[in-house]
Design a binder for this molecule. Structure first.
Ligand SMILES: [Zn+2]
Length: 236
């Protein structure tokens, strides 16, 4: 399958440079990225940037013969305080980390998950021509609209393709195996195991205590058994 070429643009100062270093090393069977930096002008409204300004910035120097998609990421607020906005056709999009970063860190979600989730979302919208894949219902689906920014925690911690979106994707012609690879790669977007365990303990404290006690007893028995074996061996 031919990989979709994505131009990633870091717009202005980035607090989370490390995510772009991770993205450079990320391997996907359906897309590849090249990362660029672009300065931002003064804010349009003192608080952020209008869609028109961002469209101008991202479409200038966007070589559509070389790249299929362009996604710009910025730390500042964008018009209507959205976290993402399609700026031109299906291939130029801007994504803002404003407020998202705090929502994710409050929920122990790596911001890199959000970056990836936005890439798979816009990539699939580009691939699936003729079907609208957004829905206002929150289903932990890659295409949840997330009108409430807090809902990004679902598509950034365990995104799926809901049944309705899957049937829409199957209706149109996509590269061979695209859906299967997409679903497989989405399974990589998960919370870090450490936080999964911490949250499970918080959710089921008594069960965790019980498991802790039983594990302690089992470890004690095994240690005793090994000790006796060693003693028998050396005391012979
Ligand atoms: Zn869906």
């Amino acid at each position: 399958m031919k990989k979709t070429k994505i131009k990633i643009v870091k717009l202005g100062y980035q607090k989370n440079n490390i995510v772009f270093d991770k993205l450079k090393k990320y391997k996907s069977k359906i897309f590849e990225v090249e990362i660029f930096e672009q300065d931002l002008p003064k804010c349009d409204f003192e608080w952020g940037y209008s869609f028109d300004t961002l469209r101008d910035i991202l479409t200038t120097n966007f070589d559509e013969k070389y790249f299929n998609i362009c996604i710009g990421y910025l730390d500042a607020t964008i018009e209507n305080n959205l976290f993402g906005k399609k700026l031109k056709d299906n291939n130029v999009t801007v994504v803002s980390f404003y407020q998202i970063e705090k929502i994710l860190s409050d929920n122990n979600i790596d911001i890199f998950n959000f970056v990836l989730s936005m890439i798979y979302r816009h990539l699939t919208r580009y691939i699936v021509v003729g079907e609208s894949l957004s829905h206002s219902a929150t289903r932990s689906c890659l295409f949840d609209m997330c009108g409430n920014k807090n809902d990004v925690i679902y598509c950034s911690s365990q995104p799926i393709i809901c049944n309705i979106c899957e049937s829409k994707i199957k209706k149109v012609q996509t590269p061979d195996g695209y859906l299967a690879v997409l679903k497989k790669e989405l399974k990589r977007i998960r919370k870090h195991n450490y936080y999964v365990i911490v949250e499970a303990i918080k959710k089921h404290p008594y069960l965790s205590l019980f498991i802790g006690i039983i594990s302690g007893i089992i470890i004690g028995l095994i240690t005793n058994f090994i000790f006796e074996l060693l003693m028998n061996y050396f005391m012979r």
